[in-house]
Design a protein around this ligand. Sequence first.
Ligand SMILES: [Zn+2]
Length: 367
Amino acid sequence: MKLTLKVKFKPGITTATAAYAPIKYDKVGYFCFQFDDGSKGFLVADNLWNSYSYTDGCGNVKHYKGSVGMNRGTGVPGSNDYSAGVFNGPDLIGLINKGHDVENHSYYHTGNTNNPSTDKDKDDATINIILEHDIIDKYAYYKMRGVIVPQNYTAFDTAAERLKYLWCISQGAAPFEGTPIYQGNIPAEVNTIPNFYRLTRFYNDNWDNSSIEAYKAPFNSLVAGTTNIMPMFTHSTLDVPSNLAAFTSLFDYFNTQANDKVAFISLREALEYDQIRKVPVSSSLIGDTLSLTINTEDLTDVTRFFDTSFKITADAEIDSVTVDGYTSATFNPTTGLVNGFYQKKSWLKDSPDAIQELPVKHSKFTI
Ligand SMILES: [Zn+2]
């Protein structure tokens, strides 16, 4: 399908051009928080994040979004370990519908533990990714695009890339077999953006007032524009009051320091924007209206976020923006920023497969 923004200008317009903002909403960078192992701390954070906001650069309030890394093949139902029993299919659909993402943290949370260099171990990574992918696809109707490396096992990045995932992430660069590896920066230039991203991330499970200090400097680097992406994760369930107090204190700090310069979104939303800004735009100024059209067929059909942010340069102020294909648009007549919004929501469909409890073990495989 085609997505078109029609930007109408006030009288006197003679020239108008558009370019993608390097970062969504023309922010300086992305902060992307993840809860691994299906931690129910995600629900606590989601509640807290409703009290923070930033804008889309056009005066519209956005609340923080993040992601939960799911794995199903091990663990004890009802515990917060290895996700079993924590989130069911409808839970996940609810989180997804709120704008959050689900990532593939591998089915068994293991793999290639004996000898990372053998073909068998590479197969382990592939099987782990496929099994978890199929479970979430079947029971939450959701096609994940990111792999979180379990522990520090190698071969997950190459397996993820081979399976046409969009990214793979780990707290260290050591598990990655391929290159390049992005530590704090994804490429700014449109022409050098890869189709697969290897990213490192920050990690904190000690939620106390001294441990959180370590994450303030990297966040300040993000706000300063020294880096442009800061992924971070925890396993914490945040059900100990002192843990939640420290978590809240750190996010209070982030929210204040960000000063509306940072997009607090899932990695999927960030990296899908990074893909969409590679799509050629056909642009034409006819009369007082600049039409900007992109073809979604240029993107993989598992793309969820088709949102676009354009910076418009023109010799008259924007008067209004209408859409064709997009769901909605926002604009800022002072900065020339125009956002178009469209999100694929195929997981909203009704299905008789909806179940309250995801299977702990995949029926086709045993450990
Ligand atoms: Zn894990």
